[in-house]
Write a protein that binds this ligand. Structure first.
Ligand SMILES: O=c1nc[nH]c2c1ncn2[C@H]1C[C@H](O)[C@@H](COP(=O)(O)OP(=O)(O)OP(=O)(O)O)O1
Ligand SMILES: [Mg+2]
Length: 198
């Protein structure tokens, strides 16, 4: 990526790391924060952007490298935008399957017309831990919540996220397709533009 020979990806989520790496291609040598630390910073921000900055600064501090963080989640209309920034912690840290089960339960008996949702992604790139001007890019992906899981690809809430334009769930699409359409793909396209790579 322009100006950076090496970059650390500030995520402990394997699914996310795979997608971010695929989207970055060979624009830059990518390391993962897992090489440096297994300790996940507490996500104390009140917004996706704040959490992304916090994770990027933490990774830059630990690695001594420029850092790119992704804070993302699912905002469900019927739930007033929940689980939102708390998506990973929705079922109290019990993992993706428990999060998905809790979401299906919360939307039990909610008709299709009221099951709209969007995936949200905030990317933050800091050149160093105290960077006073992080580069921030956001992306949204509109869809709706299915009544039961469909598909085996992806991670997190993908089996429950119906993509109307593609007529499948985001776990049913091949990774190449998700990586062109998703909230993360949109945010990454903006980041590449900002950095003069697109
Ligand atoms: O494309 C996606 N497809 C399905 N689910 C997704 C996606 N993007 C975010 N999500 C869900 C997963 C997790 O429940 C939460 C992110 O939480 P978030 O804190 O940003 O990530 P994380 O804790 O898994 O890893 P880390 O903070 O180390 O990057 O939203
Ligand atoms: Mg997290």
């Amino acid at each position: 990526m322009s100006g950076f020979k090496e970059l650390v990806l500030a995520s402990h989520n394997a699914g996310k790391l795979k997608e971010l790496q695929a989207m970055l291609g060979d624009a830059v040598r990518v390391r993962s924060i897992g090489e440096f630390s297994q300790v996940e910073p507490e996500e104390t921000g009140l917004s996706f952007v704040e959490n992304a900055i916090l994770k990027a600064r933490n990774a830059a501090r630990i690695s001594g490298l420029p850092a790119l963080a992704d804070d993302s989640g699912l905002a469900v209309d019927f739930l007033g935008g929940a689980p939102g920034i708390y998506s990973a912690r929705y079922a109290d840290g019990q993992g993706d399957a428990a999060n998905n089960a809790k979401l299906l339960d919360a939307l039990k008996d909610v008709p299709d017309a009221q099951r709209g949702a969007q995936f949200v992604c905030a990317l933050a790139l800091v050149r160093h831990a105290d960077d006073p001007l992080p580069i921030l890019c956001e992306g949204l992906w509109h869809g709706s919540i299915l009544h039961e899981a469909r598909g085996e690809h992806g991670f997190g809430y993908d089996p429950l996220f119906w993509v109307p334009d593609s007529e499948c769930s985001s776990a049913e699409m091949p990774s190449e397709q998700k990586n062109r359409l998703s909230h993360r793909a949109r945010a990454m396209a903006l980041l590449k533009q900002r950095l003069g790579l697109a």
